[in-house]
Design a binder for this molecule. Structure first.
Ligand code: UDX
Length: 433
């Protein structure tokens, strides 16, 4: 089969490499020439574990190609998959400009019976717009599908190779059969549904996970007032089969490229038919936005303010195993600390430079090449992201004349061990420890 993936972000590159590993001829397309050149050399322009070797084996087998030419990629293709970004607009609604532009560029080369599949996260109803844009430029009979992705950054390859399910939103048997054949090597349950169900299910899944995180954080806040321990409360709740113990460790709220955007998108979409007081998604978004300050204020109070204090922030990405800083808590925390008079050092295993000129150029901010250097002389250490290197760091090796605070934002450290190492330990909702 000849496949085309338009958009070489982490979804597009991972999908291209995985489909190529099934023996298909896959063409990844992007307008960014630099990105295409580096992908063609086998270099992934972002950090994603396991992706580079898969990409390189696709290129050397001759199954995987990257190009900026829509014509070269699309001529003779059976399936064209759109995996371009759909970022948030100011009002939270999704911006379809990249999808619209790429559809217009592709339409001229589509041949009769090609399947146009949308992997980008889009709302129900978008397929009508897709058909309109394409049919204005392409006279042929085509097929349309919605193919939402559920992969996580940091484990994108495994999530694509071993998915919980593959959702195929189609309107006819021909399209389903070809997409079924494409995904057969995955040996995952294939769910055949309507395009609207597929599109909504993607948002509903992500927003439910976001809700779980917000819920855990609200309970963590209650623990603070109740003198309870969030880990104990979540362990008890999680042992209930209907709830399950996965996916709700407390923290500073969810970040990244999907949850914030997808919650805001449903908040904006449902505004059309839900009143403000019924808009659960707007409420989730609001609670998540308040979370970092809620947590930071506790550290501020405990330390008697940040002015003149030296604070080390460990972890600049939005979560471990990625160098993605979109909606990363560090981008809120560090400016807050600086504005309140702190001197900030930081460390991250993968992020080379903080994604903010304003922070990066401040005289009171420095990113250092190791944990040991970042924490030296600090009054407080904020273990912000649960990178393995950070949570397995031997804090007892830090020898300071003054007793330092260690704020374990994700409750990944063992409080007794940290206290024995000579620190004041502060967890998140771990108030009995
Ligand atoms: C998410 C979805 O999981 C994925 O299905 C979708 O396709 C893309 O968006 P991703 O953003 O890569 O994936 O990361 P994920 O691991 O889901 O984490 C999202 C955010 O939630 C991170 O900020 C993470 O730190 C936070 N989180 C996650 C918590 O705060 N607590 C948790 O228990 C889990």
């Amino acid at each position: 089969m000849k496949l085309v993936i338009i958009g070489t972000g982490f979804v597009g590159v991972t999908s291209s490499a995985v489909y190529a590993s099934f023996g298909h001829q896959v063409y990844g397309v992007d307008v960014d020439e630099g990105k295409i050149a580096s992908l063609s050399r086998g270099e992934v322009p972002f950090y994603e574990p396991k992706l580079a070797p898969l990409l390189q084996s696709g290129l050397s087998s001759g199954n995987l190609h990257f190009t900026t030419s829509y014509r070269e990629a699309i001529e003779g293709a059976h399936i064209v998959i759109f995996a371009v970004g759909t970022p948030s607009r100011e009002d939270g609604s999704i911006d379809l400009q990249y999808l619209e532009t790429s559809l217009k560029q592709a339409a001229d080369y589509l041949q009769p019976q090609t399947i146009v599949a949308i992997k980008s996260t889009v709302l129900p109803g978008t397929l009508d717009l897709v058909k309109k844009i394409v049919s204005e430029r392409c006279p042929h009979q085509l097929h349309y599908a919605s193919l939402p992705e559920f992969l996580k950054e940091g484990s994108a390859v495994d999530d694509t190779l071993y998915p919980d399910r593959v959702v195929i939103g189609v309107e006819d048997d021909f399209t389903y059969r070809l997409l079924e054949q494409l995904h057969a090597p995955l040996k995952a349950p294939l769910l055949r549904v309507s395009p609207a169900s597929a599109q909504l299910a993607k948002y509903a899944s992500n927003d439910y996970l976001a809700l779980r995180i917000v819920y855990a954080n609200v309970i963590s806040e209650i623990c603070h007032h109740a003198g309870a321990d969030i880990d104990e409360v979540l362990a008890i709740m999680g042992s209930e089969k209907r709830i399950g113990s996965h996916y709700w460790y407390p923290g500073l709220g969810y970040g990244g490229s999907c949850f914030p955007k997808d919650v805001k998108a449903l908040a904006a979409y449902t505004k059309q038919f839900l009143s403000d007081s019924e808009n659960l998604f707007a409420f989730i978004n609001g609670l998540n936005n308040k979370r970092p300050l809620q947590v930071l204020n506790k550290l501020e109070q405990t330390m008697g303010g940040f002015h003149g204090k030296k604070i080390a922030v460990l972890g600049l990405s939005f979560k471990p195993n990625t160098d993605d800083q979109r909606e990363a808590p560090a981008l809120f925390i560090i400016p807050y600390l600086l504005e309140h008079g702190a001197v900030v050092t930081s460390y991250d295993p993968m992020v080379k430079a903080i994604a903010s000129e304003t922070i990066g150029s401040q005289p009171n901010y420095r990113q250092l090449p190791s944990i040991a250097e970042a924490v030296a002389g600090a009054d407080a250490i904020i273990a912000l992201i649960e990178w393995q290197e950070i949570i397995s760091f031997d804090f007892s090796s830090v020898k300071e004349a003054k007793k330092q605070y260690l704020f374990d934002v994700r409750n990944q450290l063992i409080p007794e061990k940290i206290k024995l190492a000579g620190f004041y330990y502060l967890g998140n909702g771990r108030y009995s420890k």
